[in-house]
Design a binder for this molecule. Structure first.
Ligand SMILES: Nc1ncnc2c1ncn2[C@@H]1O[C@H](COP(=O)(O)OP(=O)(O)O)[C@@H](O)[C@H]1O
Ligand SMILES: [Mg+2]
Length: 321
């Protein structure tokens, strides 16, 4: 996909990370990630795109290496594993001050069709169908990983990472034949010869500087490795429904997952899940992210009032958990 780099550069020039909605070129935030902010920018050349801002690169080598992995990851998912990804592109540039900013750019998908929005409209039967569709897609990755452990891919199965193709918000319903798109490809975790290709340091850049050591320890052990583990990815996906304020569906999804792992997912030999472990996982995970965000806010405060240095990251407002 061709990307209008000049426009993005212009956008970046007029962007105040503290007030991202009031940038010179108007934009709306579609979502906040741990490391990226996803913008819909109101300008003709990019208006149908979701622009994921990644302010994490310090050198040209880093960004070039990232873009290579990013392309390979998308390509593997699409061509070898058979998961649909939206049309995508990538752009990067150095700003006037020399700082590198990169943008993952994707075809913008209708916001009602994104999993976490759709589940607000769907009944429990449809949520279950959607969940099984997601497991079916994830299973393609896990089977691939089992056959190619040295070249495994990590994937984040959360419901907010999938869009339902052809979803009609006027008549919310999920059919078993519906197609899903996986769009959270900005963290392209993949191994080659058993070695992780994505430099985890990149994803610690937005962490408070005074805590990098702790984040490194939490992140490497807890967060990076979890995306390679089918059972943990499933637990994480189900625990997501607590965050999305739908605790009542959790027991149904636990059952659906266990049925799935006794049927289609049998070759993966996953030990059955229990509701209790989803609960305790969620508590711990929510605490980690709440703490992390609080510390990032503190770091922003330090930059502004003590260090008098610009703070380049964009932080989300209050998140309901
Ligand atoms: N291509 C897209 N079209 C529409 N919305 C998107 C798109 N990509 C991301 N978003 C929105 O931004 C949120 C976070 O994006 P995601 O790619 O999952 O990043 P992260 O790695 O930060 O989770 C999504 O849940 C979705 O609401
Ligand atoms: Mg995501």
């Amino acid at each position: 996909m061709q990307v209008d780099v000049e426009l993005l550069k212009e956008f970046e020039r007029g962007l105040d990370p503290a007030r991202s909605e009031q940038s010179k070129i108007p934009a709306r935030v579609l979502g906040y990630g741990e490391i990226s902010t996803i913008f819909e920018i109101q300008s003709d050349s990019v208006k149908d795109l979701a622009c994921k801002r990644l302010p994490i690169f310090q050198t040209q080598d880093e960004v070039l290496r990232y873009v290579q992995i990013y392309h390979e990851y998308n390509d593997l998912l699409e061509k070898k594993i058979g998961i649909n990804v939206p049309d995508y592109g990538f752009a990067w540039f150095a700003s006037d001050s020399g700082r590198i900013t990169a943008y993952d750019v994707q075809q913008k998908l209708p916001s009602e069709s994104i999993g976490n929005r759709a589940i607000k409209q769907l009944n429990i039967e449809d949520i279950r169908t959607l969940f099984l569709l997601v497991l079916h897609e994830l299973c393609k990755v896990w089977i691939y990983n089992a056959a190619n452990p040295q070249e495994a891919l990590g994937i984040d199965g959360q419901i907010s990472n999938w869009a339902i193709s052809g979803y009609d918000a006027e008549h919310p319903h999920i059919e078993t034949g519906m197609k899903l798109l996986y769009f959270d490809t900005s963290t392209p975790l993949m191994k080659k010869g058993g070695v992780e290709q994505l430099d985890p340091e990149l994803f610690m850049r937005s962490a408070p500087s005074f805590l990098v050591w702790m984040i490194r320890w939490l992140f490497l052990e807890g967060v990076m490795t979890r995306y390679y583990d089918a059972r943990l990815v499933t637990i994480d996906l189900i625990a997501n429904f607590y965050k999305e304020q739908q605790p009542q569906v959790v027991p149904h999804l636990v059952k659906a997952a266990n049925d799935f792992f006794a049927g289609e997912g049998k070759p993966l030999m996953i030990k059955p899940l229990t509701e209790k472990e989803i609960q305790s996982y969620y508590k711990e995970d929510a605490q980690i992210w709440i703490l992390f965000l609080a510390l990032r806010r503190f770091d922003r405060w330090l930059h502004r009032y003590i260090l008098h240095k610009p703070y380049i990251y964009i932080l989300p407002g209050k998140i309901k958990r």
